[in-house]
Design a protein around this ligand. Structure first.
Ligand code: XMP
Length: 530
């Protein structure tokens, strides 16, 4: 079962905008809960969700295109305030009897917005002119009856329109992007002045609500949870434990593919600090056997993912009277799997990049308290629940772990080498990032590394150590700057830092005689080597 929605919430009708998720983030930044819903939701379905306000997102289509995303015009009759952005303004105009036209020239980038009248949305923003961000070709050329035009730009005569009596507002520009200087103020004006909402969606309130929801759902029953060492499952563990204490048992499947120190951290945090019932399953040998002789990266991923659940369910069967399974499904998992039609999500298990069905004959009722949260909100929750920052802010790490950073067959010897080399890369670059942070005061300054690790390729080469010729392995160091892993650039590390890493790896890790640095951005490369 999904977590319950807070009482106050903003529904964002998603017309396919590149920025739709960003709108949800911005509303949440104002401490009001918000969620994306499909644009073709009916007014009846929407009313059943009980939103306090509705936002219509932008979208790439033309409202006159044959397959243009449409909406139920009765949404405007619900008596709930509506705010439209870009395509959202155009569809509002079209549905309510205004006019939208194609223009010969589009308007992309910054534009100067000039007021034509009073608008609550523009309260506390510059009285004369201000910069907003435009991205459109079509535009509204006649506002619907009863609407006032409150601002224009040089190429867009109706840059804002509104009908305050019906609490309907729209703008051609994008207040959600940072380039719209007063975008946040406009959003706050809508949320707090027009809709009368309160900024009550704070982490402490969120935790109280989630805890109450979990208690009500679970009652006296028992819950099981698969801990992977990753952020999402760790935060769910801490949250569910806060709610129901020892009714929760965590099963930590140790596949032997985690980084140095990670299994120990799971033990230390969950067993010792949180005093949770924790089953640590040592599946290292089982995984070693499963991976012997496998060189294809997809096959490695498949075997590791399937085995995780096999081991987990074997353990689950040994525990009596478990009715629920908690898991760390987060909002992007749901959005990316396309399963976001209101309430229509099938019961699936989160497995690395995928949501998969339960194996045959196995069933638990699901608890997914994080399924409305973005990743950085999950991290904030983790910190608020008392998890250590080094666990909550750890770098992205693939579910199949070190196995996919070993090119070719995974063997215990190679795992040992990679684990040690990786620990050195992390130690040195953690220190480098910390030093940058101290100097710049920014946690993610332009040059701090975002993700950094070692990779072990499937070759050996000649070297010389002392008087001896060696025939040993190279280690590849990968360090990238990125914001979201979609694109990345190789980190322009100072030579001294690269040198220190190199000297330490060949000096401290037996079996390595060479260190190379990957200088390829993504694209064309990927961040990981597999
Ligand atoms: P690539 O290599 O495709 O990786 O540029 C993009 C980001 O995704 C991470 N990654 C994973 N994360 N499970 C995860 O949770 C996985 O199976 C997985 N594979 C890649 C990768 O570390 C990078 O940050």
């Amino acid at each position: 079962m999904a977590a319950a929605r807070p009482q106050q919430f903003v529904a964002i009708l998603d017309f396919g905008a590149q920025y739709a998720q960003l709108i949800a983030r911005r509303v949440r930044d104002c401490h009001v809960y918000s969620e994306l819903v499909p644009c073709d939701i009916t007014a009846e379905e929407l009313r059943a969700m009980g939103p306090s306000a509705v936002i219509l997102s932008g979208g790439p289509a033309s409202v006159y295109a044959e397959d243009a995303p449409d909406m139920d015009a009765s949404v405007f009759e619900m008596g709930v305030p509506v705010l439209g952005f870009c395509y959202g303004q155009q569809i509002m105009a079209k549905k309510l009897g205004g006019e939208v036209s194609h223009a010969d020239t589009g308007e992309y980038g910054p534009a100067t917005l000039v007021r034509d009248g009073r608008s609550s949305i523009l309260a506390n923003t510059p009285a004369d002119a201000q910069t907003v961000w435009m991205s459109h070709r079509d535009r509204v050329t006649r506002a619907p009856e009863g609407f006032a035009v409150t601002a224009h730009t040089e190429t867009c005569p109706i840059a804002m329109m509104e009908c305050p009596e019906r609490r309907l507002y729209a703008m051609q520009f994008h207040p959600e992007v940072r380039h719209t200087a007063c975008g946040r103020q406009m959003l706050e004006n809508f949320l707090f002045n027009v809709c009368g909402l309160r900024a009550s969606w704070t982490m402490d309130n969120v935790i109280d609500d989630l805890v109450a929801g979990i208690r009500a759902q679970v009652g006296e029953d028992r819950v099981i949870l698969g801990l992977s060492g990753g952020v999402d499952s760790s935060v769910v563990a801490a949250l569910v434990h806060r709610a129901i204490g020892e009714q929760l048992t965590c099963v930590f499947v140790n596949h032997g593919l985690l980084r140095k120190g990670e299994p120990e951290m799971v033990e230390e945090v969950f067993r010792e600090e949180f005093a949770m019932p924790l089953v640590h399953v040592h599946a290292e040998e089982r995984y070693a056997a499963l991976l012997a002789g496998v060189t294809d990266p997809e096959e490695k991923r498949r075997r590791i993912g399937t085995e995780f659940w096999r081991v987990f369910f074997e353990e689950a069967e040994k525990l009596d009277g478990v009715r629920f399974m908690a898991q760390g499904t987060i909002y992007p998992d749901i959005i990316e799997s396309g399963a976001r039609k209101t309430g229509g999500k099938a019961a699936t298990i989160k497995s690395h990049h995928n949501l998969i069905p339960f194996p045959e004959g196995v069933h638990f009722d699901l608890i997914e308290p994080l399924d409305h949260f973005f990743k950085d909100e999950v991290r904030e929750l983790g910190v608020a629940l008392g998890l250590p920052e080094r666990m909550v802010y750890r770098q992205p790490f693939p579910g199949p772990g070190l196995a996919i950073r070993i090119i070719g067959e995974v063997t215990p010897e190679k795992l040992g080498i990679l684990r040690e080399a990786d620990a050195i890369v992390r130690e040195e670059l953690d220190a480098y990032n910390a030093e940058l942070f101290e100097r710049t005061g920014e946690r993610n300054s332009a040059h701090s590394c975002w993700q950094y690790f070692a990779v072990l390729p499937d070759i050996k080469s000649v070297g010389v150590m002392g008087d001896e010729r060696t025939y040993a392995r190279p280690v590849i160091v990968r360090a990238v700057e990125s914001a979201d892993a979609m694109t990345a650039d190789w980190a322009k590390l100072p030579y001294e830092v690269i040198e220190r890493i190199s000297v330490r790896i060949v000096g401290e890790v037996a079996g390595v005689n060479r260190v190379v640095y990957d200088v390829t951005p993504k694209p064309p490369a990927t961040i990981e080597w597999e």
